[in-house]
Design a protein around this ligand. Structure first.
Ligand SMILES: *Cc1c(COP(=O)(O)O)cnc(C)c1O
Length: 230
């Protein structure tokens, strides 16, 4: 599907208004929810249109694809979020080029990012990906292992653990979605009760972001609802 500039703006405005409504319905400040536009399989032109419509945060899943597009926005004040599976030989470019990495599920990766983050750069923001619903090949640590990983990441230089992220499979209804997201919120609350100071729940995609916001999402990662089907 070709997206005209007007259409793209329309989608951004539509998603923003749904985010606002979900936040207000939950008694939350809409400004506390950051929209990350997920641009995997989208062109640099789509990114440019979304940026023109005021989107500042972009999420990418595949490193090489991301770097090629990011090169076209050098010098623009966009924030880049890596949200895909991570191979250890990819960490250097991530440490150098991204602002956030959401999909940390082992200490080895966080260590490499800490070592490879340029000296002059701000700390790299990290989230631990949690597998709340067991699925083959999905990535993420199981809930019982989150605490140990968080404690270890908190000791690393040049990275800042910001919170938790999840990518649950589609659920039967909104109540079931909220049940899953509530578990991520409780895990974050438990970490903060144990000395962490985490401010980020990265949860909610096109199909379930309203449920995620109801359970405290501070960052929603949205592709299809903004850009149409990939
Ligand atoms: C693709 C993807 C999204 C966005 O999914 P949509 O359903 O298109 O909104 C969000 N998070 C992750 C980790 C993804 O891979």
């Amino acid at each position: 599907m070709l997206i005209s500039p007007q259409n793209s703006t329309l989608h951004v405005q539509n998603v923003r208004s749904r985010i606002r409504q979900a936040a207000v319905a939950a008694g939350r400040d809409p400004a506390a929810v950051t929209l990350v536009a997920v641009t995997k399989a989208q062109t640099a032109e789509s990114i440019r249109l979304a940026a023109t419509a005021g989107v500042t945060d972009f999420g990418e899943n595949y490193l090489q694809e991301a770097l090629a597009k990011m090169d076209q926005f050098a010098g623009q004040a966009l924030r880049w979020h890596f949200i895909g599976g991570i191979q250890s030989n990819n960490t250097r470019a991530m440490a150098e080029r991204f602002d956030w990495v959401h999909s940390i599920d082992r200490l080895n990766i966080a260590r490499r990012l800490a070592e490879q983050r340029p000296f002059h750069a701000a700390p790299l923001s990290l989230c631990i990906q949690v597998e709340l619903v067991p699925e083959p090949n999905k990535g993420g640590v199981i809930p019982s292992e989150v605490r140990q990983l968080a404690d270890a990441i908190a000791q690393l230089p040049k990275v800042r653990l910001r919170g938790l992220m999840c990518v649950p499979p589609p659920q039967a209804d909104a109540a079931a979605e909220r049940g899953v997201f509530a578990r991520l919120r409780v895990l974050l609350e438990e970490l903060n009760a144990n000395g962490h100071e985490l401010d980020t729940l990265s949860m909610g995609m096109s199909g379930d972001f309203e449920s995620a916001i109801a359970e405290g999402a501070t960052l929603v990662r949205i592709g299809t609802a903004l850009f149409g089907h990939r």
